[in-house]
Design a binder for this molecule. Structure first.
Ligand code: NPQ
Ligand code: MG
Length: 385
């Protein structure tokens, strides 16, 4: 028996008076290149938002990539829309509470990743001042979360097997393989043989296929996958309905799910049997919780996606993944999956799990010396006009 998570919107956090917004940019080298159907990344170009308030500071991480290849948003676009539209609107409102942020920013169409970073920073400031953790505020029901790992397209099957075996030995509870046309049945078959029939294994296509590939994708049914994630373009819910009818492997949407309304529509149409929740993609943690609640009501399992976050974004994801409906391991990997050293306290895998931070707000602290060392652009300060 589970109880629906309730956001503690009253009592636990007072509004804050917003005094300024800072935009920080860091370049973090990846421990190994990460290749997906949309390209190969060797570094993470991260935008961080810091809000300065009467009650203290708050931090939010923007999940947008350097290039608009996973989504239409990208780092420079997020930085510009925050500087020119979003931060000025919040600064004009002066007194803000995280649950009001989405409404205050609604006049800007889209730009959810940019909005999410700001909302998270405001929430972090409020909760730090109130002494309440993200986990408590979100309604976490467990002290640690089961973790999976996302494995990029490799140069060869042998290299893939070596990488997957390493993650298995580290204790990850689920493996996700990135696939694309020409890199699907063969790597999946090889990894299934390596891991054995009981290992949790899933695939992510990042929109690389079309409905002409349905017969081909049906061949994945032979490998007992947990799910196939986002095979078709984000706008095409109907194509995913057709695939779901044609194959046994559950279809799971990622890029397509941009709001709780879209999530409910996709579920009701049987386009998605499982939902990947990424707070950045849907405009923030509060919308992510609404999606979680809608899925829990409908018995649709959810799991927490990942966007190569630093410890800052990872902390919030781990807190989200502790809600009751997150019944599948997420892409909430340890810091060392991506980075040699993290921008905050490192997240370390223990028995295939990460601990939900217990401190106020995100519960982690940005390491000022590393922020300075990895800074890739001058910090921008936005104040009330
Ligand atoms: C996904 N994430 O589920 C994304 C895609 C992704 C962990 O597989 C830089 C920034 C590189 C964000 C590569 C995972 C990225 C990125 C892939 C997101 O679809
Ligand atoms: Mg995905």
């Amino acid at each position: 028996m589970t109880t629906a998570a309730a956001v503690h919107t009253s009592g636990s956090a007072l509004p804050v008076v917003l005094e300024a917004v800072e935009l920080h940019r860091v370049a973090m080298p990846l421990v190994r290149p990460f290749e997906t159907s949309f390209g190969r990344q060797t570094a993470r170009d991260v935008l961080l938002v810091r809000v300065l308030t009467d009650a203290g500071e708050g931090w939010g991480e923007c999940v947008a990539m350097a290039d608009p290849f996973y989504s239409s948003e990208y780092v420079e676009g997020c930085s510009a829309v925050i500087r020119d539209y979003l931060a000025p609107a919040l600064l004009a409102a002066q007194t803000v509470r995280a649950p009001d942020v989405a409404g205050l920013l609604d006049f800007v169409v889209g730009h959810r990743m940019a909005k999410a970073a700001l909302e998270t920073a405001v929430l972090d400031a409020q909760l730090r001042a109130a002494g309440v953790s993200f986990g408590e505020y979100f309604g976490a029901v467990r002290p640690e979360v089961d973790c999976g790992v996302s494995v990029g397209i490799a140069p060869s099957i042998d290299a893939l097997l070596e990488e997957v075996a390493g993650y298995r030995d580290e204790g990850y509870r689920r493996i996700k393989l990135k696939i694309k046309p020409g890199w699907d049945l063969e790597p999946v078959a090889a990894v299934r043989t390596l891991l054995g029939p009981d290992a949790l294994l899933q695939v992510d296509a990042n929109t690389a296929y079309t409905i002409a590939d349905i017969d081909h994708l049906r061949e994945l049914d032979a490998f007992g996958l947990l799910l196939i994630e986002q095979p078709f373009v984000e706008e095409d819910i109907a194509a995913h309905v057709r695939l779901a009818r044609a194959i046994d492997t559950p279809v799971c949407l990622d890029e397509s799910i941009t709001s709780v309304g879209v999530a409910i529509d996709a579920i009701e149409r049987d386009a998605t049997a499982i939902v990947n929740i990424k707070a950045g993609r849907v405009g923030g943690y509060l919308e992510a919780i609404r999606i979680h609640d809608a899925c829990l009501d409908r018995d649709v399992p959810v799991w927490c996606g990942g966007m190569l976050e630093t410890g800052l974004g990872r902390a919030a994801n781990v807190a989200l993944a502790a809600l009751p409906g997150f019944t599948l391991p997420g892409d909430t990997s340890a810091s060392n999956r991506y980075f040699a050293d993290d921008l905050t306290e490192s997240f370390v895998l223990v028995d295939g799990r990460l601990a939900v931070p217990a401190g106020p707000g995100s519960g982690v602290t940005v390491r000022a010396e590393l922020l300075a060392e990895w800074r890739s652009r001058p910090t921008q300060l936005i104040t009330r006009v």
